[in-house]
Write a protein that binds this ligand. Structure first.
Ligand code: SF4
Ligand code: SF4
Ligand code: SF4
Length: 301
């Protein structure tokens, strides 16, 4: 990865030196060896801060939301999942393509910082813990789908096993078993909203969960309000989720949120598809649940 870090630094320096962009979003080394974190740089000499290593796991596209109302031109490094996030924002009219210079990097898969730290310390130090992060073990699109410039080699999909295997297991349960499963899962939620805040598809300026008049969902951490939160959020991102796995990655209590997201991806595929969200940027493209066709299936209404 040393070579990729060099290319990242050279590219950022070139863009800032030539005033092609006002700032660059990339990753820098964090305070611990197992952590790389997002960084925003504005000066060519700051390009030396940038890295590309096996811990650049954050999806940078969400950070563009902090700049959506500005005029600045932004250079952004993207892996496969980040690039789909960028397409999501452009399709949702949250960001202008002209304001971006996108540098794509074929992604070899990232490691989970916590698991790597544990493995190195000898605590839970299994081989599995040193492997790819959960979100990367299920990644079908590691290569950027939108870019102005590509660095590094293209990478094969990292998907291990069948994509919807867990969802099918869930579908095979009885209604009572499913209720019990989801009750156990969502009763652990502490409603920290990290999953919403990190999500590139959760880009509404006023979120329904912040509304107080009316208050659509109670704010207590009881099972029914928790389920209300998760079902509404899942429906709001249905057909728009870019499967980046960030919501599940940041959950402090380890709730397997991708299970619900993938159930909706599978349903959207079966009802309106085949469809994969944000795989390419098409003019006036709309996700399936944001358009109406008279022949849409409606037997679930
Ligand atoms: S989800 Fe895919 S593109 Fe994103 S970090 Fe993991 S392997 Fe890379
Ligand atoms: S990140 Fe986890 S604990 Fe926090 S609101 Fe989301 S599901 Fe609940
Ligand atoms: S719901 Fe999760 S996987 Fe889907 S776009 Fe949002 S953060 Fe990514």
């Amino acid at each position: 990865m040393k070579e990729l870090t060099d290319r990242v630094r050279q590219t950022a320096r070139k863009l800032l030196d030539g005033q092609q962009v006002d700032l660059v979003l990339g990753w820098e080394k964090g305070p611990e060896p197992f952590r790389s974190q997002p960084v925003f740089i504005r000066e060519p000499e700051e390009a030396e801060q940038l890295v590309f290593d096996e811990f650049c796991i954050h999806n940078l596209s969400t950070f563009l939301l902090d700049y959506r109302d500005g005029q600045e031109k932004i250079g952004i490094f993207v892996k496969g999942c980040d690039s789909r996030g960028v397409v999501r924002l452009i399709e949702d009219n949250q960001f202008l393509r002209e304001r971006l210079y996108i540098i794509g990097i074929g992604c070899p898969g990232m490691k989970d910082p916590l698991a790597a730290a544990r493995a190195a310390s000898g605590l839970n130090g299994t081989e599995e813990n040193e492997g790819l992060a959960a979100k990367c073990r299920e990644c079908m699109y590691p290569n950027p789908v939108l870019y102005d410039e590509l660095i590094g080699d293209e990478q094969p999909p990292h998907l291990e096993g069948e994509r919807f295997a867990q969802v099918k297991k869930l579908e095979g349960m009885s209604a009572e078993e499913r209720w019990q499963f989801f009750s156990d899962m969502f009763s652990r939620c502490i409603r920290c909203y990290a999953c919403r805040n990190v999500c590139v598809a959760c880009n509404c300026r006023r979120c329904i969960f912040d509304e107080t008049r009316p208050q659509w969902v109670g704010r207590e951490t009881n099972l029914m309000d928790n389920i209300g939160y998760h079902v509404i959020r899942a429906m709001h991102v249905a057909g728009r989720c870019v499967e980046c796995g960030e919501c599940e990655r940041v959950c402090p209590v380890g709730i397997p949120l991708m299970l619900l997201n993938r159930k909706l991806i599978k349903d959207v595929n079966e009802l309106f598809g085949p469809y994969e969200a944000s795989l390419k940027l098409e003019e006036e493209a709309s996700p399936p649940l944001s358009v109406y066709r008279p022949d849409d299936p409606d037997n679930f209404l």
